[in-house]
Design a protein around this ligand. Sequence first.
Ligand code: ZN
Ligand code: MN
Length: 488
Amino acid sequence: MAELEYKLIVGLEIHVHLATRTKMFCGCGLAYGEQANTRVCPVCIGMPGVLPVMNKTAVEYAVLTALALNCRVASHTKWDRKSYYYPDLPKNYQISQYDLPLGEHGYIEIPLPSGTSKRIGIIRAHLEEDAGKNIHTLGNFSAIDLNRAGAPLLEIVTEPDMNSAEEVGALARELQRIVRYLGVSEGDMQKGHMRFEPNINLHITRDGQVYKTPISEVKNLNSFRAIERSVAYEARRQLDEFVETGRTMQTGNKRTYGWDDVNQRTVLQREKEEAHDYRYFPEPDLVPVEMDEAWLAEIRGRLCELPLEMQKRFAGDYGLSDYDAGVLTGDRSAAELFDSAVGKGGDAKRVCNLLTQTGMKIANERGCTVAELGVAAEDLARLAMMADAGDISATAATTIFEEMTGGGGRPDEIAERLNLTQKSDAGEIESMVDEAIAANAEAVAEATSGGKKSKKALGFLMGQVMQRSKGQANPKVVGEILSRKLGL
Ligand code: ZN
Ligand code: MN
C-alpha cells in the first residue's frame, strides 16, 4: 500500500520546577536527593486545619518566565483546587490555577537547523504545586516520598504548532536555555526539573479528504531523546492504526501513554478523564494575587537578553556559524564572556574557538559554568590577540587558557613563565632558514623542482628550521621566509 500523506501535529504541556529556596505554600526547603520525608511539614503533607501561605518568589519567577515567553500577564489571578485521589497527593487536591492563569497568549521562538526560527504559540502558563513521588523499587510494596510535595511548578501549555519530532526537541531545549538564562530553574532533566507531555496526532489526507487521528498524550518525559523518539514513534503508530482501523477523533477517544525507554515504544495507560472530573473550585484558604504595575515593572526589569536573540546576534554581528553561536549561547556565562572579550578587542572567531574548544570543555570536566573558571574577559581577549599575532601557537593558547583558569595569572606572564612564546623576529629566523638551506642541498633541489616530492621536501626544510629554533619559531613566519628564499 502506498504511503499516506499526513501532517504531524504536536502541542506540549510542560512542568518546570522553579528554583526557589522553599516550597510553594510552606517554609520547607526544596532539595533533591535528600532522605525521604525529611523536607515535610503539616502543610505539605496535607494535615487538616493547616493554612498555606504563598511563596512570593515563586510568583515572581513564574511571571518572569511568562514575560520571556511573551505572555500577557494577568493583573488579577487566583488559586484553584484540582481534586484527584492519588497516594502521592495526601490532600486529595492540588493547588493550581484554573480559569485565571498567570500568563496567556504568548509565544516562544525556537531555532531550526537551517539557522532560521519558528514561532510556537503559548496558550497559558500557570503556577501550581508538585505532588510527591511513589517509589516502587524497595520490594513487594510501594513507598511514598513527600519531599517534592508542594514544590513550585510552572505549567506551560503550547499551541499544537509543532510539526516534527525535531521541532518538539528544539522547543524543549530552547525552554531549558531560557529558564537557565533567567535563573528561575536549574532545568536539569535528569533531576526531573523539567517534565514534558506531548499531545500528538496526525492530519491524514486520503482521497482528497482530511482525517484527524485521536490525540495521544505521552506522560512525564524527562530526556530530550525520549521526547523526540516518543513523538516519532506515536506518529508511526497512529498512521498504522489509522490504516488498520480507520479510527479518527470522531470515533476514538484521547488516550494517555507512557514511554518505555527499554523497548523504545509508547505503552497505553488509560483513556483520559475530562477536565470536570477534577472538580475545580476556588481555593478558599488563599487570597487572590493582585499584580500591580510597579511590581510587574520591577520583575520586567530582571529580564535579560534571551539565548536565541543572542545566538542570532553572534551569528549576524560577529560572523560566527549558527552552530558555533548555538554552542556558545548554550551557557549564559560563556555567551557573556564571549561578548565582553570580543568587546575588548579579541577576534570573534578566535575567542569563540578558545571558549568552545577549551573553556567549555574544562568547565564541563569540572562540572561548573564557564564563569566559575574565573577567566577575565580582558585576559581572554589578550590571549586571542597573542594567538592571532603568532606570538603563541594554537596548542600553547590551550595550555595558557588552562593555566589562566587556575588563577595562574595574565596570559603574557604565563607564556613567558612556561616558555611558550614563539619567535617571530624575522632576522633571527632568517639566519636559521639560511642554515637549513645550506645544510640540505638535496631537499632544496627537490623543493624547488616543482615535482611530486616538492611539497614533502618543503615540509622537511620547515622541520629543520623549527628544530633549530627548538620549536619556538612562529611556523607562519618560517614558512614565509623559506618560500621567499627558495623563490617559491
Ligand atoms: Zn512543608
Ligand atoms: Mn499540571
